[in-house]
Design a protein around this ligand. Sequence first.
Ligand SMILES: Cc1cc2nc3c(=O)[nH]c(=O)nc-3n(C[C@H](O)[C@H](O)[C@H](O)COP(=O)(O)OP(=O)(O)OC[C@H]3O[C@@H](n4cnc5c(N)ncnc54)[C@H](O)[C@@H]3O)c2cc1C
Length: 398
Amino acid sequence: MHIIGCPSAISGAFDLAVVGAGIIGLSCARAAALKGLRVVVIDRDAQSNGASVRNFGFVTVTGQERGTAWIRARRTCAIWEEVAQQAGIPILQRGLWMTTRRPEAVPILEAFLATEMGEGCKLLSRAAAKGCCPELVNAQVQAVLLSSVDLRVESREAIPKIAAWLAERWGVQFLRQTAVLSVAPPLLETSRGVVQAGAVVVCPGDDVYSLYPKRIARYGMTRCKLQMLRLADPGFRLPNAVMSDLGLVRYAGYSALAEAATLRARLEAEQGEHLRHGIHLIVVQSADGSLIVGDSHHYAATPDCFADEHIDQLILDEFTAATGRPPPAVRERWIGTYSAAPDRTMFIDAPACDVRIVMITSGSGASTGFAIGEEVVTDLFGGVQVNGYTRSLRSGHL
Ligand SMILES: Cc1cc2nc3c(=O)[nH]c(=O)nc-3n(C[C@H](O)[C@H](O)[C@H](O)COP(=O)(O)OP(=O)(O)OC[C@H]3O[C@@H](n4cnc5c(N)ncnc54)[C@H](O)[C@@H]3O)c2cc1C
């Protein structure tokens, strides 16, 4: 290998090169390193700066699409527990508080609880919910779905800690500020020289043009822009991550249930503008008490980079409606983007027997990534012979 300006420790051939140091690349690197493989992770940025550090850090099980996505989320959540403990990442919140203020939401929650996805969840009446968190329960609340199975980390701290843990504990090598220009195992051409690796996993986030653009184009990809805010400490602790009625028609675990149609019709009549901007509410709380609040969804090949104040106000209106409280002062605003496909939540593509492209095409990479990393590494190194075969997940099913 010839890497200009790299420490001599980075030398020789690797079993696996991972392109991209977001949560998906780190998940693949973890799975490979645990198998004893020699792994290098290559990223063009000096530190993680993509969706993986711009998100809520909400490892969501409750509400994930029924079937493969939900199963992956459960596995991923279990791995987060292990990784958090070993890498010194605090788990800041556990569970979900899905507060509803329309009667049409209650049958959805009841139907949800009757499925296997209801494990670890229960329905609270307004009075019971008030007993748990009086600050969040007003006269409009119909019922609260309380889940215990989700968790939340501070992504901007967790992602660098996972990378450091992989390097120190598992000997994973990191090549930062290095763009991968082409992939043809056993060689990868990078902006700093050639890297040798027996297999490659490309985890490029929302970059659909640099590597394998023709393969990726077959999935009809676009990008999604999301607006996010951080609000000052409201002066009390949230019991869990908070969501509201709008989430019940956005998250497939609820919205695919027949009972969701009635709520959707009412929301279209009452909150059509929120739905048009893809707005639903997630509120999580950080160690200093501040709240991360979002989000919106706008789709374009190249979304603009500007945060529209009107969209932020719509998000904050939903915060007020769901919590019965005026929003605390805004401390930060940012946008994030992720890749999106019209008909699937992720895909694993095999352009060659020793190469995989892994893209999450929905807002679920923190919730499903560790499980996907295990599957990809088992596929590549677990004895399965794959030759020119494309394995993709349509709507989360194999
Ligand atoms: C605002 C927002 C909120 C979200 N909230 C949640 C949430 O709460 N829970 C959840 O589960 N999901 C959430 N998501 C989705 C989740 O964050 C993504 O699915 C996930 O981060 C995608 O991870 P990734 O590793 O694929 O991409 P990224 O984090 O974008 O990482 C890709 C990396 O690849 C590198 N790269 C690309 N091409 C090259 C190349 N040629 N050479 C070298 N490096 C390259 C980039 O520099 C980048 O570092 C959210 C997303 C956003 C934007």
